[in-house]
Design a protein around this ligand. Structure first.
Ligand code: 6R9
Length: 629
């Protein structure tokens, strides 16, 4: 099979105000990229020196493909850089976290307060016999204690495995056992859209069959009088109370594991991705600073839950290492109404807003009237992550939310990469539909199955050609699976995504390679057809799959949700199909189109095409533990 294919590219672009470039941490992308290429080790060395290390490195990088070691023999603690470094400076009384609950209540923790809470909790963990290398599962709602728990683990060298609080017992049990977790930190309840989620009950169900767990720490959120039951249960607040706020940051080898995090599982079974202390710290610190271009007075709101890699890197570690103020909420974007997020931006004066295309398309569906009720002038930079940001959604985000003032960074990366890899650096021209170019520090390309670069306009596999500091080190307990990332296209890291480059090297991500559809010998990326559908006024979201077809090999079937004010009809179907034909040509026109109220998604908001496909073909969908209810 010929794996490359042609893609229609548009040339529309936007230029940000030149002032962005003047003040950016990376004022000249091309110069910075060239400096990196000229001496990659010197490039990373210089960034790493902005942080505090207990012992310096002997070498910046050691590469025995597919195994890398970064900052060889250096010693550090990431929490020293996220906390201690700031409390000894004028950042001490600056808010580190501003949290809003589901019911609108608010809590602010300064860097000093966060430092003390983390130290207390870290001491508490030690008192329970938890130490370096022990795996600790954090199964909590989005409350400050979730972040305190993560940082406390990192402080003593315990390896955290955060499981999103929206997961059910089955998904939790698999993750507890896969990582042989010693301690679980949870809460009695979580709140979501005004409803109470019985988190502890769900955890108990998973714990009944998780023999490695010795300790369960429970945060009492509901204020219930119930005391922790059983001899392995400990109350979060009791533990904090009886521990002193002084816990030295453990000295970690740069290559010691920092955390395990399971992937979103949009195409296969979740994998326990392992990240290490040194490289991950440098990668997330650098990208927070240079991609979001954070300045000391910025308020960064990344809407992801810390249970996802986006939350790990850009709610917790990157922003705190950079010393900015982080906004977080347990609330959802459309509760109590679709203005909830815009109200939060207005109230907290958020300057950098980072969210996912699934949320942007939902906002589009509800219309412009909602954001227009709020003052969004504090916004400076907008970000997107998780799925291709289709041109239609880019335009809306740019115009309606950013008022054509704010650069958009559409950041392509993965749980496995730990940090942003491809985007349009602040100040560079932005092309709707294109994530952008590899950031300085990253060598990315689009190639065929043999690893040969494909010409502009031709789709192929997205690969990374050189190791980078925050790359995953292995898949927990399954090193073979780790190696497949590096030997599918020998010598390169294969991301599993399809992409296409334009003449200037801008990269457009077309979706997961597993979702590729071959129609009459033409390879079609799901994102292309979905973007064409979404560019029609009536369409809120679209997902396309391939269905076996005796003539064409595969035929395209589209699932479509409509924007408020539109109803399904045969006329609309005809109009939508014509719209795709006009945009992409006859080969990409779906042979079937079905209207749906919603699309199956992972709990992190990615469309699960394989679930649609399995349903359509009446086959087993495989692992669906990450599917939203
Ligand atoms: C950070 C995160 C990774 C997969 C990745 C790709 C998709 C992420 C994207 C994007 C197009 C972007 N993806 N960002 N596709 N444009 N800006 O989402 O990690 O949950 O591991 O998912 O998400 O398909 O391979 P993760």
């Amino acid at each position: 099979m010929n794996e490359t294919f042609d893609v229609k590219l548009s040339e529309k672009h936007y230029l940000p105000d030149p002032r962005f470039r003047e003040t950016a941490w990376t004022p000249d992308y091309t110069a910075a990229y060239q400096a990196f290429l000229a001496d990659p080790e010197a490039f990373w060395d210089e960034i790493a020196r902005e942080l505090v290390w207990f012992e310096p490195w002997d070498r910046v990088r050691e590469w025995n493909a597919p195994y890398a070691r970064w900052f060889v023999n250096a010693r550090l603690n990431i929490t020293y850089n996220c906390l201690d470094r700031h409390v000894t400076s004028e950042r001490r009384d600056k808010p580190a976290l501003i949290w809003r609950g589901d019911g609108g209540e608010e809590r602010t923790l300064t860097y000093q307060e966060l430092f003390e809470d983390v130290s207390r909790f870290a001491r508490g963990l030690v008192s329970l016999g938890i130490g370096k290398g022990d795996r600790v599962c954090i199964y909590m709602p989005l409350v400050p204690e979730q972040i305190i728990a993560m940082l406390a683990c990192a402080r003593i060298g315990a390896v955290h495995s955060v499981v999103f609080g929206g997961f059910g017992a089955g998904a939790l049990r698999t993750r507890l056992n896969d990582a042989s977790v010693k301690a679980v930190i949870t809460a009695d309840v979580g709140y979501r859209r005004g409803k109470t989620i019985p988190l502890k009950e769900i955890a108990d169900e998973a714990l009944a069959d998780a023999p490695s767990v010795e300790v369960v720490i429970v945060l009492n959120r509901s204020g219930s009088a119930a005391k922790p039951g059983g001899d392995r249960e400990v109350d979060f607040a009791d533990l904090m109370e009886r521990s002193a706020p002084d816990c030295p940051a453990a000295s970690m080898d740069a290559e010691d594991p920092l955390f395990i995090l399971y992937t979103s599982g949009s195409t296969g079974t979740p994998k326990g991705i392992v990240h290490t202390c040194g490289g991950y710290m440098v990668g997330t610190y650098y990208t927070t600073r240079h991609v979001f271009d954070v300045k000391d007075d910025d308020i960064l709101w990344c809407t992801a839950d810390p249970g996802w890699i986006t939350g790990h890197s850009y709610v917790v570690y990157g922003p705190l290492a950079a010393g900015v103020t982080v906004a977080i909420t347990e609330g959802t974007p459309d509760y109590p109404d679709p203005g909830a997020f815009w109200k939060m931006i207005q109230d907290l004066k958020v300057t950098i807003f980072y969210t996912a295309p699934t949320a942007i398309r939902m906002f589009m569906k509800h219309g412009e009237a909602w954001p227009e009720k709020y003052d969004l002038t504090s916004l400076r930079i907008l970000g997107s992550v998780g799925e291709p940001l289709n041109p239609e959604a880019f335009e809306w985000y740019y115009q309606v939310i950013g008022k054509s003032r704010c650069p958009i960074v559409d950041t392509w990366w993965q749980t496995e990469t730990g940090m942003h890899m491809i985007t349009t650096m602040i100040g560079e021209p932005m092309l709707p539909g294109f994530a952008g170019k590899p950031i300085p520090g990253v060598v990315a390309d689009v190639v065929d199955r043999e690893g040969r670069p494909v010409p502009p306009g031709t789709g192929g596999f997205l690969v990374i050609k050189e190791p980078w500091p925050s790359m995953m080190r292995t898949v927990h307990g399954n090193d073979e699976r780790y190696c497949t990332y590096w030997n599918t296209i020998p010598g390169y890291y294969t991301a599993g995504d399809l992409a296409v480059k334009d003449e200037n090297g801008y990269i457009m991500v077309l979706g997961r390679a597993d979702d590729l559809i071959v129609v009459a010998g033409h390879n079609i990326g799901t994102a292309e057809v979905e973007s064409a559908l979404v560019s029609h006024d009536a369409v809120a979201e679209a997902a396309v799959i391939g269905k076996p077809d005796p003539l064409k090999g595969n035929a395209i079937k589209a699932f479509v949700t409509l924007r408020t004010g539109y109803t399904a009809s045969d006329d609309l179907t005809a109009a939508l199909l014509k719209h795709v034909r006009d945009q992409l040509g006859p080969v990409a026109v779906p042979s079937e189109l079905e209207y749906a109220d919603r699309l199956p998604k992972t709990r992190s908001g990615k469309i699960m095409r394989r679930v649609l496909k399995a349903k359509e073909l009446g086959i087993d969908p495989g692992d669906i533990s990450t599917l939203e209810e």
